[in-house]
Design a protein around this ligand. Structure first.
Ligand code: GLC
Length: 748
């Protein structure tokens, strides 16, 4: 008997010790669960539904004009927080606020939430900080995602995410509606520039880096925020290219291409997700139980919650007509898995859902699940400990160090795609004509989500930042620069005069592209660059001086009619607030360009193909003939690739495959190079892409310097979604390719 007794004592001790030595993290998770249970058990149905209700700042405030400051309306604030128990507020109230104003706004809101309500649950404030804290005046505004992807520099993406998190938190806001993880595979799409481009591996890696930068190890850190991966999913490939129009994506393609970036982001710790505003295969995403609950919450195990996009629950009734009443729309969305409604202008969602629960139409268990998820994020953010702004962060806001990081990101994000006769870099003693509609504006380099939603109020941009023209003037002296716009985006202005001026200079810097736009207002029906701009280029070419074309745009506008007129072409896309300086640094050689296109630049407006095209797309008369392919990018130096080696010839599914290559800088100046490994699966049970990016690393080499770069792949990197819609690996022959080197290997 004694022996059994001792064993029991020993076992209890081990169990106690086991509990006692649990990491803080485990105890805090359990502690948080207990705190959520405790508060949930006290909540009324109204209080629970209030947590699921999100309104925009405009509902509780007023602002005279975009430039004036915003005023919180105390009565409307009380109505929202006390009467309707709103748990989340978003947006900017029409235009960016100063850092001080934001801290005041958030303080007023949290005062109401924590001091005037029965349970004192803090409000979760959310904002779009898409390329920096773009709704806080003076913030560090980075290149847009399409540019970050062109940099192929994960560290730059992570650092940009971290700086953005700092400046968003400094504004008192702990939740950012970013990153966009849809892929840019439809160049007409108005939100193409919000993506990391067309490739699933590049998007996955850049999305992961961004989430790591934004969230760090612990989102309660006062310099970190919770991310919101979006727009889940299949939003980025509208069949007719127009934002918020139907996409048709077979489940096999969804799982093969569109799901992986979201899966990796959830694995990396992303807490929230925002739903695709549109429909896939005839099913509005906001009503799709399969993708929201079965996949995102089930297979991917999202820990936090799912928020709707703008007004998209009621639009199930008013627009999509899959719900015959507002009540049916709310029930359909909540039962599909939506946890929070971005209503955002009124309290209809609150009133309808309270009634649906009381009438037994929506089980309270679904509400409890949603509220538990929302409270988890609020606890993990530390809002119950401190919901107020950390005003001490103001000191580091928009610091010189942040600005330097931004300038570096811009420099590494601009792609040199053509450099005939080494026209670039231009000499600093050149006399140049700067022309074109994107030469002397800051807005065109930043795009949407900049100070205002559309980003098109140039008056509100910081006067101290440089346009391309101003940066060129600073670089080579105003006396050496003539400026003639020549044309607006759509019309001739003074092209004849510009041509006359061109005869007086050594070279022309022609800045073409797009005005700023955001979301549906940016819809177009013709990807070709407008005629006025094409004609300006054609006229300027008659002056017989070398032309350097700078494309400042959110999507790759077709320019096949003028490519031959330009000896140098730079695809700048949306390089952010330091873009002017970065373009000038590259044009005049202070920076050696190192970016590579994250998308395939179309030659024609029709017949768009991505680089990972299928065999029959190049069969018979069909060909892949883009203006420039995904992965194209030039340097002012030259890199020689040699000695491609594999760690074997035959591999089993459990083996790791190491691919190494030597890269040498054989030019006369230092340069950065993104080394990219592509894999071709020669045969498969479904048609396989001609090649797919599987790994990349950016290195820096001095003239004459060599470096061996190694990549390690496993069978998951060779997998794909098969005919059964499940991820599989098949034996067979594969090709590993780096630059112009290839090596075959076999998977047994
Ligand atoms: C918009 C966008 C979404 C954004 C949200 C809040 O409609 O689709 O990306 O986060 O509304 O501004």
């Amino acid at each position: 008997m004694k022996r059994v007794y001792y064993i029991t004592i020993i076992m209890i001790s081990i169990m106690y010790l086991g509990f006692a030595v649990k990491t803080d993290e485990q105890i805090s998770d359990e502690k948080i669960d207990k705190r959520i249970d405790a508060i949930l058990s006290k909540m009324t149905i109204e209080e629970k539904v209030g947590q699921m209700t999100q309104i925009t700042l405009e509902v509780i405030s007023s602002r005279e004009g975009e430039a004036s400051s915003l005023v919180i309306d105390a009565d409307k604030l009380k109505e929202a927080i006390v009467d309707y128990k709103v748990g989340s507020i978003i947006n900017t109230g029409g235009a960016a606020n100063t850092l001080d104003d934001w801290q005041e706004i958030i303080t007023s809101i949290q005062d109401a939430a924590t001091k005037e309500t029965r349970l004192g649950i803090p409000v979760l404030y959310g904002i779009d900080a898409i390329h920096g804290a773009n709704y806080t005046l003076g913030a560090t505004l980075f290149p847009q995602a399409i540019n970050l992807a062109a940099s192929r520099n994960k560290e730059i993406v992570k650092e940009g995410g971290s700086i953005t998190a700092y400046e968003v938190r400094a504004s008192g806001i702990p939740w950012n509606f970013n990153p966009v993880l849809g892929m840019g595979r439809e160049p007409l799409w108005a939100r193409f520039w919000e993506t990391f481009g067309e490739d699933v591996h590049l998007t996955t890696e850049m999305g992961k880096a961004y989430v790591e930068g934004q969230q760090g190890k612990d989102i309660s850190d006062k310099t970190k925020v919770a991310t919101c991966i979006k727009h889940y999913m299949g939003y980025s490939v509208p069949k007719n290219g127009k934002d918020r129009t139907p996409a048709w994506i077979p489940e096999r393609f969804i799982r093969d291409i569109f799901l992986p970036p979201f899966a990796e982001a959830v694995k990396t710790g992303a807490f929230t997700a925002m739903v695709n505003s549109s429909e896939v295969n005839g099913i509005p995403a906001h009503s799709d139980y399969h993708i929201l609950t079965e996949i995102l919450k089930g297979e991917l195990n999202l820990k936090g919650f799912i928020v709707s996009d703008w007004e998209d629950i009621i639009r199930l009734h008013t627009r999509d007509r899959v719900a015959e009443s507002p009540e049916e729309a709310v029930k359909m969305a909540v039962m599909a898995g939506l946890d929070m409604s971005m209503v955002p202008y009124d309290y209809s969602f609150y009133e309808i859902l309270v009634k649906l629960v009381k009438d037994g139409e929506v089980p309270e268990s679904r509400i409890d699940d949603a509220v538990r998820r929302i409270l988890l994020v609020k606890y993990m953010l530390g809002l119950f400990e401190n919901p107020y702004p950390y005003t001490e962060l103001s000191d580091g806001f928009a610091s010189e160090e942040f600005t330097e990081a931004n300038l570096n990101a811009a420099r590494e994000s601009i792609t040199l795609v053509k450099n005939e006769n080494n026209i670039l870099p231009l000499s600093k003693t050149s006399k140049v004509l700067v022309a074109g509609p994107t030469a002397n504006l800051l807005s065109v380099m930043n795009g949407g989500w900049t100070i205002t939603w559309q980003g098109n109020n140039e008056e509100l941009y910081p006067k101290e930042k440089h346009t391309i023209l101003e940066a060129v003037q600073e670089k080579i002296g105003e006396n050496n620069v003539i400026f003639r716009e020549g044309s607006s985006f759509e019309e001739d202005i003074n092209s004849a005069e510009a041509v006359k001026m061109a005869e007086k200079v050594d070279a022309v810097v022609l800045c073409l592209g797009e005005p700023t736009y955001c979301e549906t207002p940016g819809n177009i029906s013709d990807l070709a660059l407008p005629d006025a701009q094409l004609m300006l280029a054609q006229e300027l070419a008659k002056a017989g001086k070398p032309i350097v074309l700078v494309m400042v745009e959110g999507r790759p506008r077709v320019i096949n009619k003028i490519v031959d007129h330009a000896e140098g072409i730079v695809v700048a896309m949306l390089p952010g607030m330091e873009g002017g300086r970065a373009v000038a640094d590259i044009l005049f050689g202070d920076v050696n360009p190192s970016a590579k296109l994250p998308f395939t630049y179309p030659r024609n407006v029709n017949g768009y193909m991505t680089y990972d095209y299928k065999p029959l797309e190049v069969f018979d008369v069909n060909e892949f003939n883009p203006q420039w392919s995904f992965g194209h990018g030039l340097s002012y130096t030259e890199f020689e690739y040699s000695d491609l080696k594999l760690s074997g010839k035959n591999f089993s599914v459990d083996d790791e495959i190491t691919v190494s290559v030597t890269v040498k800088n054989i030019g006369d100046r230092e340069g950065k190079e993104a080394v990219e490994l592509y894999i071709t699966d020669l045969y498969g049970s479904v048609t396989r892409p001609n090649k797919q990016l599987k790994a990349f690393e950016k290195i820096n080499l001095a003239p004459g310097e060599s470096q061996e770069v190694s990549f390690t792949l496993n069978s998951d990197d060779l997998s794909f979604i098969g005919r059964e819609n499940t991820r599989i690996v098949e034996p067979g022959e594969f090709i590993a390719a780096v630059a112009d080197l290839q090596a075959a290997f076999y998977l047994k």
